[in-house]
Write a protein of this length. Structure first.
Length: 441
């Protein structure tokens, strides 16, 4: 028989309330042993929690969720007790003495929910992201995914692939039946072309989903002493990086996490770009270039007090690059030193910082990071979607190939989608055939 698992489901003590969750076949036995009876399903009951010797460990609320209508799909119980270390330790110790009970492994409740068909793999990943969400955009995306936005889309695509294969199988296996019209397979390919276009557009949104989940990367690049570390500290509102007049202070990439417009922004300070013979500084510059190449937005910092000090000068900066002129406090009202492009800031007096943050927020808003139908958020999704699209395109392009070969490509496309949700099922194929064509009536 499967073990009954238990664990503290709330944060570390001390807290006002602690929730201990139990799941498995021995839940009813545990409730009867520690609380005297099993509460009515989904009804909160205040009572005493006792150990095997009858000693009262705590008083709290007890809840019971019978299978299959629980998070894990098994019998589940919750003890809502006082959040002291002593109370938690006492109840956990009493549970550990019950036959068939053991401490839950990390993520085991969610794994049992998946194994029992309560959620799919994308919902599992959504729950994980929801727990780690730092910004409003991350919360919305993770909650939508946990609620099944990706599952609904991918299962819809899988049904269309299954239907297409069913039509092919019907023509191959039941062509002599009156209920199966001839050349029915030819009717499926226009829909398969539409499906390929839908998946292709969905894949193009993958980077957007990753930005919401992992953050919008903004790299600060430029020569030494141009004010990169000072800007990082100013935007962070605290001393994140060391600021010094000595060139080459920053040797590695220093990252700071900001919430701008409800989105996670990863601000990355990099080593100053210059000619050097120092092996450590050379490695820092290499990392700077790598960070710059992987950034969603590059802030190219230039010292306003030293005109022409940093080449090349881009009169029309690219959409993923913004020139930022620093140290405006050293220039004052000297209009001859004021460029006609980029942003002008001062880390010392705060000039231009609000405009810079607003500029980043505008670029984030232009990405349209909110999608009601869900976005692919992980490399696993992207890889399997590409496999699906590749198989689908091969089925479409091989018009002269035997229909059995083209059907196999559709089968592999459906398998790739099934691996995303973890619900690979090819046994429903005959069900589609019989329901649509009444074969064997």
């Amino acid at each position: 028989m499967r073990n009954t698992i238990f664990a503290l489901s709330t944060g570390h003590p001390r807290s006002g309330v602690a929730v201990i969750r139990i799941s498995g076949p021995g839940v009813r036995f545990g409730l009867e042993t520690l609380t005297g009876s099993v509460p009515a399903p989904r009804t909160a009951r205040l009572g005493e929690i006792r150990d095997h010797a009858g000693m009262v460990l705590d008083r709290g609320i007890v809840l019971f969720f019978p299978a299959p209508h629980s998070f894990t799909g098994e019998d589940v119980a919750e003890f809502q007790i006082h959040g002291s270390r002593a109370s938690i330790a006492a109840v956990l110790a009493a549970l550990s003495e019950l036959d068939g009970y053991r401490i839950a492994e990390p993520g085991e409740y969610t794994r049992r929910a998946f194994e029992n068909g309560r959620i799919d793999l994308t919902a599992v990943e959504g729950l994980s992201d929801l727990i780690r969400a730092e910004t409003e955009a991350q919360r919305r995306q993770a909650l939508d995914q946990a609620d099944g936005s990706l599952r609904i889309r991918y299962e819809g695509w899988a049904r269309r692939l299954t239907h297409a294969r069913a039509m092919i199988e019907a023509e191959l296996d039941f062509s002599d039946e009156e209920d199966v019209p001839g050349s029915v397979a030819e009717r499926i390919w226009p829909d398969m072309e539409r499906l390929a276009n839908e998946i292709s557009l969905h894949l193009k949104q993958a980077r957007t989903g990753e930005i919401v989940r992992d953050g919008f990367r903004v790299a600060l690049v430029g020569p030494p002493n141009v004010g990169k570390s000072s800007l990082l500290n100013s935007l962070a509102g605290r001393d994140v990086a060391i600021v010094s007049d000595m060139p080459g202070t920053t040797r590695d990439v220093i990252e700071c996490r900001l919430d701008i417009g409800g989105n996670l922004v990863l601000l990355q300070d990099t080593a100053g770009l210059r000619e050097t013979e120092s092996p450590v500084e050379i490695e820092g510059i290499r990392r700077s270039r790598l960070t710059e190449s992987n950034a969603d937005l590059v802030l190219e910092l230039r010292d306003l007090s030293i005109p022409g000090s940093y080449a090349p000068v881009a009169l029309e900066p690219a959409s993923d690059r913004l020139v930022v002129w620093t140290k405006s406090d050293l220039v004052g009202a000297n209009a001859a030193l004021t460029p006609d492009y980029g942003l002008i800031i001062s880390n010392k007096n705060g000039e231009g910082l609000d405009e810079l943050i607003a500029n980043i927020a505008i670029r984030l808003a232009s990405l349209d990071l909110v999608s009601p139908e869900g976005l692919p958020t992980r490399e696993r999704h992207v890889s399997l979607l590409r496999d699906c699209l590749d198989e689908l395109e091969q089925a479409l392009q091989q018009e002269s190939a035997p229909i059995e070969i083209r059907s196999e490509h559709l089968r592999f496309a459906a398998l790739a989608l099934g691996r995303i949700t973890g619900a690979v099922d090819v046994e429903d194929l005959l069900g589609v055939i019989f329901s649509e064509f009444c074969v064997g009536k």
